[in-house]
Structures are given as structure tokens and as C-alpha cells.
Design a protein around this ligand. Structure first.
Ligand code: NI
Length: 228
């Protein structure tokens, strides 16, 4: 499932992120990629445990905390601390790749996160750069994603994806992975659809015996499929 979550970061958080990143020491992004991905990767990143990266991490994790749409779609069990990247100039693209399935949290004692869901939080205003679309291959073909600053996209960790060359300006983004309580994208999708439909039904009609029964079905499916 590919899901657009608008306005994850508001204007204040974005302004803070921009101030942090204006001064930040960028490094070659290949350092944190897997063997195949490293060949395709040509961008810059912040050192994951440095202060600027940790400050941006705090902004993104704070916004994700208790975000109902993110929670319903990702059903997070663990979140890999967001990293920050930049595409511009000669380091301006990331060719086709699949993200590593299991990531070790930088600075931890070997804490692992299985990447069930991938997420990108766009930080630059799309008018300030050309190119830089995140292109995700899914069962319906290629989806080209370039979102407003502060918006997030969630997509399956299993998908082949790439970032198109940036030909003007700079594309700044935070990215992260979620280990979900529900490993299967298909099951997560069913739960999300059921949750959203149920929420709209309750908004329209309030609660009755049938919405209670449907809510029970949601929780019983989650009980069947979730690992905590
Ligand atoms: Ni990737």
C-alpha cells in the first residue's frame, strides 16, 4: 500500500528542520547502503548519530507519536530512527534498489529493525528543486511521488524504488523504516481499509450494534495477525 500523509510536519517544525540543515555537515550517502544499493546510491546524508540528525529525528518522531493515520496504516512495533538526506549537484540521484530487509539501529548495541514499511518525509519545497521524484514500482505500475514540504509517503519495504536525478536546487528529506506488528502488507492494507471505513461509518451514524461488531472484527483480525 502506498499512502500519502499530508502535513506531518507543520510550518514551525519545518522551519526548525531547515535551520538545522542549513548548517549541517553532509557526508557521502553510500556508507549506510547495502551492497547492491551502494552501487546505485549517489546522494548525501547526515551522520546518523550526529547532533543535526538527532534534532531532525526528534521532530519527525515527535510528529509520528500518536498520529492516528500513521498508526492505522503502519501499525508500528519499532521505528528505525529517521535519517536525513540531500540530493543536489553531482550527488543527485539514487538508482533502482530494494531497501535492506533488516537494519541495525546506529549507535545501538545491535538493535535490529525489520523494514516492513518504508517512509519518506519531504522537507524541501517542491518549487525549489526540479526532478527528485521518488518512483515506486508496485503492482499497478510506477508511482511517481513528489510531495509538499512536511508531507510523508508510506510504501511497502518490499518494493523496488529509485530517486530521479535532481537537476536544479536541492531535495531534502527524512526517511525511516517501520517494523510493523503486522508483517504482511496485504493484511495491513485490509486492517487499514476496515479501520478507515469504520471511522467514517461512526462519524456519519454514531455507534450501534453493527459498528460495535465491526470494531470487534477489526480487533480480532489484529489479534490474529499482530506480533508485539
Ligand atoms: Ni531506498
Amino acid at each position: 500500500m502506498l499512502l500519502h500523509i499530508p502535513g506531518l510536519l507543520g510550518p514551525e517544525a519545518l522551519a526548525q528542520a531547515h535551520a538545522i540543515l542549513a548548517e549541517a555537515p553532509w557526508e557521502d550517502g553510500a556508507g549506510t547502503a547495502g551492497t547492491q544499493a551502494r552501487l546505485a546510491k549517489n546522494n548525501q546524508q547526515l551522520a546518523p548519530t550526529g547532533l543535526p540528525a538527532r534534532q531532525v529525528q526528534a521532530l519527525v518522531l515527535g510528529a509520528l507519536q500518536g498520529h492516528p493515520l500513521f498508526f492505522s496504516a503502519a501499525l508500528p512495533r519499532r521505528i528505525f530512527p529517521p535519517m536525513v538526506n540531500r540530493y543536489s549537484g553531482a550527488t543527485n540521484h539514487y538508482g533502482k534498489h530494494v531497501d535492506n530487509a533488516v537494519r541495525v539501529v546506529p549507535g545501538s548495541e545491535g538493535e535490529r529493525v525489520r523494514a516492513d514499511v518504508s517512509a519518506t518525509v519531504f522537507l524541501a519545497n517542491p518549487a525549489d528543486y526540479d526532478g527528485g521524484e521518488l518512483v515506486i514500482e508496485d503492482t499497478y505500475g510506477e508511482q511517481r511521488v513528489k510531495l509538499a514540504a512536511g508531507d510523508m509517503v508510506l510504501y511497502p519495504g518490499t518494493s523496488v524504488h529509485r530517486v530521479e536525478p535532481v537537476t536544479r536546487g536541492a531535495r531534502l528529506a527524512a526517511f525511516l523504516w517501520v517494523e510493523s506488528m503486522v508483517r504482511s502488507d496485504e493484511q495491513r492494507r485490509l486492517l487499514f481499509d476496515l479501520d478507515m471505513a469504520l471511522m467514517r461509518l461512526r462519524e456519519r451514524h454514531g455507534d450501534d450494534d453493527d459498528t460495535v461488531r465491526l470494531a470487534g472484527t477489526y480487533h480480532n483480525l489484529l489479534r490474529m495477525w499482530a506480533s508485539t
